[in-house]
Design a binder for this molecule. Structure first.
Ligand SMILES: C[S@@+](CC[C@H](N)C(=O)[O-])C[C@H]1O[C@@H](n2cnc3c(N)ncnc32)[C@H](O)[C@@H]1O
Length: 450
């Protein structure tokens, strides 16, 4: 018998820049969410490269108008149709040169090499030429110190409609908000009170040499000095700790559930706030967690399991209780409403490009419907906490003002918190970056006993 020579399987080259270009193409040209697309591309690379891929994708989406402007100035005509992915590859290249600590020559050569992975070698010389010209042009610009006057969308790297809304809503703070949206977000933790106090968990972090930059005293949220992989956090798998922004951690505190309460979290996925409420008040009578998206409820189940908590999890439309409500009124309701997400742009830069001005009216209507429906499920004497991660007053103070004006049994409760310094008179508007937290809105409503 003759020995058979094993067939050589040709491995497809993995190139981080090519994957980043594909990811940005899916988000911008195909309207897909970064939260869905990035993990798909990250699955293809080694653990050590996931961070780099993430940094490039986030960076391109943070600085999209500016990078497109840079590239436009160096091209005779834009790349269209099947060549669009190479348009994003150019943005990937320019982002690295402008904003990353990768030497220019390495950024150019790695990006040019991506043309092999994207199976279009004809693009090699174009990508190479444009990026080299960009390096040369930026060296000259540095010397000239040119002060080009830029339109706002380009200057602030946000869509024009959103800049106008923020300018109108926050005449004093609009630049601060836009600038906070461009920052890399911090990592906040929530110690599971069923296992450790916040102080005890801080000691565990110190032993693990993970440093803390601040603590939010009202909710006990812990901010890390630097984001780290969750697997490095003491007891993550055992459910001692969760990752949750400090602003989101205000919900459980403000809802203030009591022993024996029947609680509804009506827009619950992925379950951060459901779990926090259960950790804070394990002696409530029941927690019903509903969400309209079954696929997102899988995350709720996973979080409950990891943290050793129990809730009744139901896929249902909160705007139509006939399909799921079992006839018992609730003492406390958390309505963390579907919203524009304009308070969490620093965590999801794709929101700037996927969210359109025309979406806002539909969101406001949906919030109004869910609010009306869930209010009918609240016991007289019970409280409903309305929350969004938006900075737009239509979704926040105006929404609640309209609700109170049209429901005589609704009374706005004071949100007793020292930080309530914003101009909002109805509810509590946290602006992005305030205390290093996400932008959030809270309003607490009491159902008056009649
Ligand atoms: C802001 S997120 C909730 C985040 C969650 N409370 C947490 O802390 O992890 C809003 C959620 O509302 C859900 N949603 C949207 N429309 C809904 C509806 N009509 N009924 C129930 N849930 C809905 C979305 O699927 C999404 O998961």
């Amino acid at each position: 018998m003759t020995a058979q020579t094993p067939k050589t399987v040709k491995q497809k080259p993995i190139n981080i820049r090519a994957l980043a270009a594909k990811c940005c193409y899916s988000v911008i040209d195909q309207g897909r969410s970064l939260g869905d697309e990035l993990p798909k591309q990250q699955d293809k690379v080694a653990a050590k490269d996931k961070g780099l891929l993430q940094e490039i994708c986030y960076g391109v989406l943070r600085y999209l108008p500016e990078l497109e402007h840079d590239v436009r100035g160096l091209m005779q005509k834009p790349l269209t149709g099947k060549q669009r992915v190479f348009h994003f590859l150019l943005l990937v290249g320019v982002y690295q040169i402008k904003y990353m600590r990768i030497p220019d020559h390495a950024a150019v050569s790695e990006t040019v090499a991506a043309t092999d992975a994207l199976k279009n070698r004809h693009m090699k010389s174009l990508i190479n030429g444009v990026l080299r010209n960009f390096v040369r042009a930026s060296e000259n610009n540095n010397q000239n110190n040119s002060q080009e006057i830029l339109p706002d969308a380009l200057k602030y790297n946000h869509p024009g409609w959103f800049i106008k809304k923020v300018q109108q809503g926050y005449p004093e703070q609009w630049q601060q908000i836009l600038s906070a949206n461009q920052q890399k977000p911090p990592m906040w933790l929530r110690a599971n009170q069923l296992h450790h106090t916040s102080a005890d968990y801080q000691n565990l972090l110190a032993t693990a040499e993970i440093s803390i930059s601040s603590i939010e005293p009202l909710s006990h949220a812990i901010e890390l000095s630097r984001p780290c992989d969750v697997t490095k956090l003491p007891g993550f798998e055992q459910g001692w700790i969760s990752v949750q922004d400090g602003a989101a951690q205000q919900a459980a505190r403000l809802l203030d559930c009591q022993r024996g309460d029947i609680v509804l979290d009506c827009c619950a996925a992925p379950g951060g706030k459901t779990c926090h409420i259960l950790e804070q008040t394990p002696d409530i009578a029941s927690m019903t967690a509903i969400d309209v998206e079954a696929s997102r409820l899988v995350r709720v189940e996973e979080n409950l399991t990891r943290l050793g908590l129990t809730a009744q999890v139901i896929t249902a439309d909160a705007a139509n209780s006939k399909t799921w409500w079992q006839g018992e009124l609730f003492d406390r309701i958390l309505l963390d409403a579907p919203c524009s997400g304009t308070g969490v742009i620093r965590r999801h830069p794709d929101i700037k490009w996927l969210r359109k001005a025309s979406d806002i009216d539909a969101l406001v209507k949906l919030q109004q419907q869910i609010l009306k429906e869930t209010w009918s499920l609240l016991k007289p004497g019970g409280t409903l906490l309305y929350a969004t991660c938006s900075v737009l007053s239509e979704e926040n103070s105006e929404q609640i003002k309209y609700f109170i004006e049209n429901n005589s049994d609704a009374k706005l409760l004071n949100i007793d918190c020292a930080e309530n310094e914003s101009n909002e008179t109805i509810g509590w508007q946290l602006l992005p970056g305030e205390k290093n937290m996400d932008g959030f809105y809270y309003a607490k409503l009491l159902k008056i006993k009649t």
